[in-house]
Design a protein around this ligand. Structure first.
Ligand SMILES: C[S@@+](CC[C@H](N)C(=O)[O-])C[C@H]1O[C@@H](n2cnc3c(N)ncnc32)[C@H](O)[C@@H]1O
Length: 296
């Protein structure tokens, strides 16, 4: 269901299912990705990016690597990760932009890139079909892991370890959400939303833990940092769109919420309009790399 309260964002509200990008769905909309990109850039761990850069410098020196790094962005969307990460790595880079939605990586590859990116190539396909990543130095993703199932994450870890490619896996939802001020319905909405994220075996808020375990079992070093969105009055459009999606999913999961949802959303949007609503939305970033590469 889509709750019929609108406040004038460009275009129609994307239904929740579109954001989850099911095969054959209208996909993760570029409007939604553009709306969240500044908050994503502010949230990702710059510290882990610096550790990745140091790892690459020492690892590639040790293996006499030269030339551009090969970076694969899985579930690249419109290429937000490249815009954020590329300037943080000191070597030039060739980016392979993977997504199962044919439109998104092609759009991403055609967009002007940071100077550090010397070439981009769109790769259309489901990451579960990837057979090997030989020649890859770094695998990255952003806002992807929570959409996957446990075997997909095991497969991803296998691919990275076989290729010796470090992995920077960012912005997996953690399930920790704080809305200020609180509302009596927050907890029920949160529980239903988390259950919706875990439907049909998806990892949802368990994704970062599952990925950390998968790499650790293969003997790799993991570093983990929390990377929450911290949203306030300046982020009203994002808070509203995020709240609508959260509530749609919660109602789909728990129909008992449906009669209460319009009034809840109204209370929240009133608070937002008055500049009184803040939101902290938890995410986790992980860096996985071979043992002995200076992890702290
Ligand atoms: C929430 S969006 C994030 C996009 C981008 N990484 C960003 O941070 O803006 C998730 C993306 O992952 C893609 N995706 C989801 N599951 C996938 C899969 N199994 N294989 C390939 N791409 C997938 C979707 O099409 C979508 O573009």
């Amino acid at each position: 269901m889509v709750i019929p309260l609108r406040t004038g964002l460009p275009g129609a509200a994307a239904p929740w299912a579109a954001r989850l990008s099911e095969p054959g769905s209208p996909v993760c909309t570029p409007d939604w990705l553009a709306l969240r990109e500044p908050a994503d850039h502010a949230a990702r761990s710059g510290e882990l990016a610096a550790h990745l850069d140091a790892h690459l410098a020492s690892h590639l020196d040790a293996t006499a690597g030269t030339g551009a790094l090969v970076v694969r962005d899985l579930g690249c969307g419109t290429g937000s990760m490249g815009r954020w990460l590329a300037p943080r790595l000191r070597r030039p880079q060739r980016w392979f932009l993977h997504d199962r939605d044919a439109d998104l990586p092609q759009r991403a590859a055609a967009t002007p890139q940071p100077d550090a990116i010397t070439s981009t190539r769109a790769v259309v396909g489901d990451l579960t079909d990837l057979a090997d990543l030989e020649g890859t130095d770094v695998v990255v993703c952003s806002a992807l892991l929570d959409l996957l199932r446990a075997p997909d994450v095991e497969h991803l870890a296998d691919l990275c370890v076989e290729a010796g490619a470090a992995a920077l896996l960012t912005l997996s939802v953690s399930g920790d959400v704080v809305l200020d001020p609180a509302d009596a319905l927050d907890a029920e909405v949160g529980a239903a939303f988390d259950a919706h994220q875990r439907r049909e075996g998806r990892l949802g808020p368990d994704a970062a833990g599952a990925a950390a375990d998968a790499f650790a079992r293969r003997g790799w070093t993991i570093q983990r940092r929390e990377s929450p969105w911290r949203l306030d009055v300046g982020d009203a459009a994002l808070i509203e769109e995020w709240l609508r999606g959260r509530l749609d999913a919660a109602c789909e999961q728990d129909p008992f919420l449906v009669p209460h949802a319009p009034r809840y959303l109204e209370r929240r949007l009133e608070g937002l309009a008055l500049g009184l609503l803040r939101a902290e939305v938890g995410h986790t970033d992980l860096l996985a790399r071979p043992v002995g590469q200076g992890a702290r």
